[in-house]
Design a protein around this ligand. Structure first.
Ligand code: ADP
Ligand code: MG
Length: 704
């Protein structure tokens, strides 16, 4: 009965009606009482504190002042007609302005000139403090009800809503009406009582009251914690429950042994010692693939941490257990590089490796299809061409997806269907995302992290240069090239005009060619619009050291591995996002030689652009960069998280509430470990709530 009450349609609330209901639905997704109740204010205004004009630090905060009005004037004509009043509190002066209802306001202001409280947002206009449409309160009048309301909620609204009379104040009135009504209809708990008690949390009922109209700061804080806990806990419970369901639904191929091909490769072909992190990750993956469950694992590792070799070793384990593997890369260039490297590394071991991309000729394609069906091809490398329906395997046991954030959900899902029992899935990403975010966005995947770079790497030196430093840049590049090193020069793609972009690139290429005129220098160029074979040819030339300088667009952004390239020049660096800059920088610093990243920018920079370049100069740590990015842009914009929708929190903040994310995940894990089906009586509420919240969700485990 009570929960039904919360499902009452919003038009039945006093003060709403059909017109406003329409706006509430369209603008805020508020359809029911419940929705309004969960439409939280973004901030509260503290009406208990009186500030001094002298002490105002920034514009745009709601504040309250006490003082006298010393002059009133009506200004302007027609539409620009306005009421202006001088206000002083003894520490400074401020102009108060009204554009609406000026006649009526004038009367009110004239009546309340001495010792009034004014409330609103101070802003700077013509070099002085100014407040439009302040609230005026006479402290001597006994109905100072709005002052007693110490914490007043502020709600996000939209222009459309405001035009329909639904500004923040109006929404506040509605929530007040609703909360009053609800006193007769208790709100049912969403967490089991023992859990609430154990954490000394506020009840849901009290939290929902206090989140809108808190009695004091302490209660507001407690309400916030309670509601964040709800949100994060159920997110984690949902993720872990889904992981359980997936594990039950799909058996996994059992890779029980490490055999000949792994051992031979490890002992005779591997040119370096694996890092401890690589060894640990391989162990984690082995354990997973031997367990009888289907593996769904995310492998994270900063650029250059050596994910490819890790994946290759795992593919060899698949081979030792009689299964084929495939490795899917987001670009043709990267697929080609993986193919070249891997076939060279396993040379002489009798392992069939093939490359399948969009530009594979149809005759060759047929041969590959046959080789996959008869099992002579053990490792297939390719772009998304390898998920096409006609690509069928004899027995696919493992699918590796490199730079997984580049792929769409549907593309990944197709890999699942390549065998009767779905293959083990390993998705790799160099886009470092903070742990808590990974837990949430990929909450139903297991996560392995390579948190160590191979020994002997020198940190890349990053410099930010301006246009006026260009001669210095050329001088430096010449030194590097003369020392036998290679250089990338990358131009951004500004999609509005492809033609202009290519002209930019061409101009850059010409400038480079002019600056390196001697025959011992060679400059190459690649971009996405080139035919694939030309692209490949240019990449090969650079890879073999036949060109010293490669001018390119971001086609080389991901994955490219050319250890002799030690300088990355990024033109118009301010136009790139942080994670992209980090990826590009990761193309150098792969050998033991000191590498450099040079960020070129125009003289004029936006503050955002400047902050990004400063961040790049200050650290080479991908996780730090990611955290920085998160702060600059917010989690919704991070690569790979957009489509997931799991970050639509109403109140929790995945970055700031990191501890609570970890805590609730562990709690959810423990609960499911003891009672996987949530059938115990004390878990009844959890089970009901979970069902409610699992209705329409997408999960990575099923789709990755
Ligand atoms: P990413 O993780 O960015 O995909 P790669 O797999 O391309 O990195 O590896 C970067 C470079 O480091 C490659 O040239 C690779 O051969 C080399 N490498 C990988 N692991 C090690 C190691 N343990 N010791 C030395 N070099 C390594
Ligand atoms: Mg890579």
């Amino acid at each position: 009965m009570t929960s039904n009450y919360l499902q009452t349609a919003i038009e039945f609330l006093r003060g709403v009606g059909p017109q406003r209901a329409k706006v509430l639905k369209a603008e805020f997704n508020i359809f029911t009482y419940h929705d309004l109740l969960y439409y939280f204010p973004f901030r509260h205004v503290d009406k208990a504190t009186v500030y001094h004009i002298r002490d105002i630090q920034t514009e745009g905060n709601y504040m309250q002042f006490q003082g006298d009005i010393t002059g009133i004037q009506m200004l302007g004509e027609g539409r620009s007609r306005r009421l202006s009043a001088q206000f002083t509190d003894g520490t400074g002066t401020m102009e108060l302005v009204w554009f609406n209802g000026v006649r009526w306001m004038e009367e009110i202001v004239r009546k309340n000139c001495h010792n009034v409280l004014i409330f609103g947002k101070p802003t700077i206009f013509n070099n002085r403090w100014n407040m439009t449409h302040p609230e005026i309160i006479d402290p001597n009048s006994n109905n100072g009800s709005s002052i007693k309301q110490h914490f007043f909620p502020l709600y996000n609204t939209s222009d459309k809503a405001k035009r329909a009379g639904l500004d923040s104040k109006a929404v506040a009135k509605l929530t007040a009406t609703l909360l009053l009504d609800l006193q007769g209809h208790p709100i049912p708990e969403t967490l089991p009582q023992p859990l609430v008690a154990q954490h000394r949390m506020m009840s849901l009922q009290e939290a929902l009251f206090n989140i809108h109209y808190p009695e004091n700061q302490t209660k507001l804080a407690a309400a916030t914690v309670r509601l964040k806990f709800d949100e994060l806990f159920y997110t984690q419970l949902k993720m872990l429950k889904l992981k359980l369901l997936t594990e039950r639904r799909f058996r996994g191929h059992i890779f029980s042994r490490v055999g000949e091909s792994f051992n031979e490769f490890y002992n005779h072909h591997l040119k370096f010692e694996l890092t401890d992190a690589q060894k640990r990750v391989i162990k984690e993956i082995r354990a997973d693939m031997g367990s009888g469950r289907q593996m769904n694992r995310l492998l994270q590792g900063d650029v250059g941490s050596g994910k490819t070799i890790t994946a290759l070793l795992v593919m060899l384990i698949a081979n030792d257990n009689g299964f084929q593997s495939c490795l899917m890369a987001p670009t043709e260039i990267l697929a080609q590089q993986h193919y070249a490297n891997i076939s060279k590394q396993v040379e002489g071991m009798g392992i069939g490796v093939a490359l399948l991309t969009g530009s594979t000729k149809s005759a060759e394609r047929k041969v590959i299809h046959q080789g996959l069906l008869d099992g002579s091809i053990r490792i297939l490398i390719g772009t998304h061409a390898l998920i096409e329906n006609e690509v069928q395997f004899e027995n696919l046991g493992l699918a590796v997806i490199d730079e997984q954030h580049r792929f769409g959900v549907e593309q990944r899902a197709k890999l699942w269907k390549k065998n009767r029992i779905p293959p083990h899935i390993l998705v790799m990403t160099a886009t470092p995302i903070p742990r808590t975010l990974a837990m949430t966005v990929y909450g139903d995947l297991d996560v392995s992290i390579i948190d160590e770079l191979p020994k002997g790497r020198k940190p890349i030196i990053t410099k930010h240069l301006y246009e006026r430093d260009r001669n210095r840049l050329f001088y430096f590049l010449r030194q590097q090239v003369d020392a036998g090193r290679q250089v990338f020069v990358v131009y951004p793609l500004i999609q509005e005009s492809e033609k202009m972009d290519l002209l930019d690139l061409q101009a850059g290429f010409d400038a480079m060619s002019r600056s390196f005129p001697l025959p011992r220098y060679a400059v190459g160029m690649v971009h996405g619009k080139m035919p694939n074979d030309v692209k490949e040819y240019e990449m090969q030339r650079f890879s073999k050291g036949e060109t010293n300088i490669l001018v390119s667009t971001t086609v080389i952004e991901v994955g490219i591995d050319i250890p002799n390239a030690t300088v990355m020049v990024i033109e118009n660096a301010e136009r790139f996002g942080l994670s992209q800059l980090h990826q590009l920088r990761g193309r150098v610093g792969r050998g033991g030689v000191q590498s450099y990243c040079i960020l070129m920018s125009g003289e004029k920079l936006s503050s955002d652009g400047k902050q990004r370049l400063d961040a790049m100069v200050s650290t080479t740590d991908g996780f730090e960069i990611a955290n920085f990015d998160l702060k600059l842009r917010g989690p919704g914009d991070l690569q790979g998280t957009q489509q997931s929708g799991v970050l639509d929190f109403k109140i929790a903040d995945i970055v700031k509430d990191e501890k609570l994310v970890s805590y609730t995940r562990e709690l959810a894990r423990q609960i499911l470990e003891k009672d996987p089906d949530l059938t115990r009586p004390d878990n009844k509420i959890l089970s009901e709530q979970l069902q409610e919240r699992m209705k329409q969700e997408k999960f990575w485990g099923m789709i990755s």
